[in-house]
Design a protein around this ligand. Sequence first.
Ligand SMILES: *Cc1c(COP(=O)(O)O)cnc(C)c1O
Length: 467
Amino acid sequence: MHPVLSADHAGLDALLALARDTAAGHLAGLSRHPVGRGSHSEAPHRLSADGVGARAALEEFQTRFAAGLTGSAGPRYWGFVTGGSTPAALVGDWLASAYDQNAAGKTEPATAQVEREAITLLRDLLGLSDAHNGLFVSGATLSNVVGLALGRQWVGAQLGIDVAVQGVGALPSTPVFSGVAHASISKALSIIGLGRAALQAVPARPGRESVDLAALEDRLAALAGRPAIVVANAGTVNTGDFDDLAAIAALRERYPFWLHIDAAFGGFAACAPGHAHLVTGLDAADSLCVDAHKWLNVPYDSAMQFTRHKDLQAQVFQNSAAYLGALGDDPDALHLTPENSRRWRALPAWFTLKAYGAAGYRDIVERCCALAQDLGRRLADSADFELLAPVRLNVVCFTPTGEVTAERVAALLQRLRDGGEVFLTPTVYAGRPAIRAAFSNWRTTADDVSRAWAALTRAVDTANSNQ
Ligand SMILES: *Cc1c(COP(=O)(O)O)cnc(C)c1O
């Protein structure tokens, strides 16, 4: 064995203790850590002949990289839709690396058992029936890829075409209807070969990001019985708006379509009785996308894909080979997911769901929604800002008053980032440059909203006095 590797092996306990201290130090200071930092522009170092050992690599990581990382796991990082890691999720994630199992199959039965149980806990949390089979993938984008690939297979089956065997070239062009779809839907359609142009935006209801049902029905009726795919959105990123899932599902009685629901973060509305009505009909999905590294607060990267059609999933993703054995009635994950070998992503999710249960997640979701309401009220009451949409869940969409350009929004966000107190991301809503704040971190408290509000009003004052 190489002497440096051998020395690290002999000193593993001390190394893990050092890594633990580094992690604990970072987490202890997380609420003071600047939320966003500048980009790294240093040229990458080249490989040296002799390694430095893990201890020196850790020192180099700390001096060169650690201080420049964002506080994205902290309580005032409200850009995109960003979660953190609960204590139990972090324990599970560390152990997933230490045990280093390949969660592809059932040769390590405990990995499959934990995944089945984590999925069961999630079905309970989200109010899904046992008809949904679920598996972990790397993120909501990949979950959307899986769901739409199943939709593609289903459309083919309606026409007597096995797309998994014959390819998308055998399919007539297949429309994919959606109201305000996430960008990853278009990406997913590119990956699975239906093409980005297959996505046909259906108008939203006036002043909303919720699809207009009559317009959707018109599109479906115009197909005169040809099968299609509908992507329903449960939680839009701009304003946290929801399609009427139950009403869309009911349209399947009259028109043949595959219903994929993107509930990446909105699915968690089910955890809070006051918001659960937003996801009535979620269970009716043929395929369903829910993210885990957002509101479930497990570390990157993790999401779930659910479906009622495991048979189609095995058709699309089977990976048969003599040494892998036959599929059987209960295929391994490697016959159901895009990966072959895969990380044990179920373990952090299992830990956090066991640790905090339904009441723990109800608290996280209700608190995030209450804090979003608090910020929304402050914005609505302020002469400096305009709230652009009612706060329905955990997303707040607003803009400064006066003449608002994309440049002015960018400058305001940059000042906030430089101040280090709160991280927000820009958007365009109803044609207007805007800002959005999304609450999905278990650490965020009322005090964080007060701190962020102080930073926001300071930043807008500076902007106004500079005009
Ligand atoms: C975040 C998000 C996605 C993509 O999720 P990743 O985990 O970043 O791949 C898809 N849909 C919605 C609604 C989202 O909020």
